[in-house]
Design a protein around this ligand. Sequence first.
Ligand SMILES: Nc1nc(=O)c2c([nH]1)NC[C@@H]1CN(c3ccc(C(=O)N[C@@H](CCC(=O)O)C(=O)O)cc3)C=[N+]21
Length: 284
Amino acid sequence: MATSQESLEGGSIVWIDCKSIAKSIEEDVRKRVDLLSFTPKLVSVVGTDDPSTASYLRSQKKKAEKLGIDFEIIKTSPGDFLSTLEKLAEDKNVNGVFVARPLPEGLDEKRVFSAVPVEKDVEGVNPENLGFLLYGEETFPPCTAEAVVKVLESVTEISGKKVTIVGRSVTVGKPLAIMLLKKGRDATVTVCHSRTQNLGEITRASDIVVVAVGKAHFLKRDMVKEGAIVIDVGINYVDGKWCGDVDSAVEEIAQVTPVPGGVGQITTALLFEHVVRAAERQKA
Ligand SMILES: Nc1nc(=O)c2c([nH]1)NC[C@@H]1CN(c3ccc(C(=O)N[C@@H](CCC(=O)O)C(=O)O)cc3)C=[N+]21
């Protein structure tokens, strides 16, 4: 089981080991990069100074270097956003296109994400790729949602489990719900959000809780069943440090994924796995 023990005063905390999951994805990516006759390339398009985006871009840059994948960041003004994406769509040297959220104000997200060609859409944000998910087809599933699925598959049998997802974003909550419902995974999924009543009752009745709300210390110990599995998707910058959405006291009674060094690492590894997949398909 992919967990690691960390002895602390007064007890022992079981962390879910995300590093080894990320590492095995990266090893696979490395091998597949070597088999290509060209160097695959990812371009990340950014329009804001959002700190969590900056963290992700640092992570992307590090991984690209490690994996032998070409990587470029394009900082774009709102007025040039669509024309930038059109150029990248046509550029034969670019295999994957990542568009950072949040988008700059005033841009229509359906128009922007539709401008990422389906075959270069390594994050699965194009409405066509999101639509494929509903049919159970996961060529380019959203990376963070896929990362959560990988973690769960490594620590438990998902089938039949009660999974509560807190957060209904297009990047995590909604696609993850669809992916966990998929035939073969067979979770019983509840999706909660800011208008949910009696949230704690719902999460306490769950075998697995996934939190993706973007609020530090959001999930408290009394909202979690003892022995539950808790996946922390949050990444918040508080007092000069990164932390997730899960309050640290939850670690005393549940298996939790750490932040940093948790889901984010796997997300980045999967983004590059999708870049290689895109390159393999474009080559053929
Ligand atoms: N279209 C889009 N998709 C995203 O998935 C997306 C996004 N926009 N905008 C920003 C947030 C944030 N996010 C992170 C992913 C990984 C790390 C990550 O791996 N962080 C390292 C720390 C890296 C460092 O700061 O040095 C870690 O957790 O270990 C961080 C942040 C994805 N996001």
